[in-house]
Design a protein around this ligand. Sequence first.
Ligand code: FES
Length: 106
Amino acid sequence: MDKSVIICRCEEINIDEIETVLKLGAERFDDIKRITRCGMGPCQAKMCFKPVADLISEYTGKTLAEIPPARARMPLRMTRMSVMASNLESGSTIKAVLEDGDPDDE
Ligand code: FES
């Protein structure tokens, strides 16, 4: 197969880039993700996990069942800009965001 074929459309990562990381010893999707950004696009690996898992399986000899899925990240919460701006001087933006609560609750 042509090594320039894009495997992660969101981040424009091709097979050659994935194989380079596999040759360096990557064995999990998250290893490849951290180095190449594959799986960090808007689809969050929904499109690219399977073809990357196939490559991992090919290189490591693991079955697809032995390859752990991409780590899920907690979604970010919407925060008002006024909360961010009002706490710039005190440097307590994180505390203010946590105390502000969920804007959807109002
Ligand atoms: S195709 Fe890889 S993150 Fe969307």
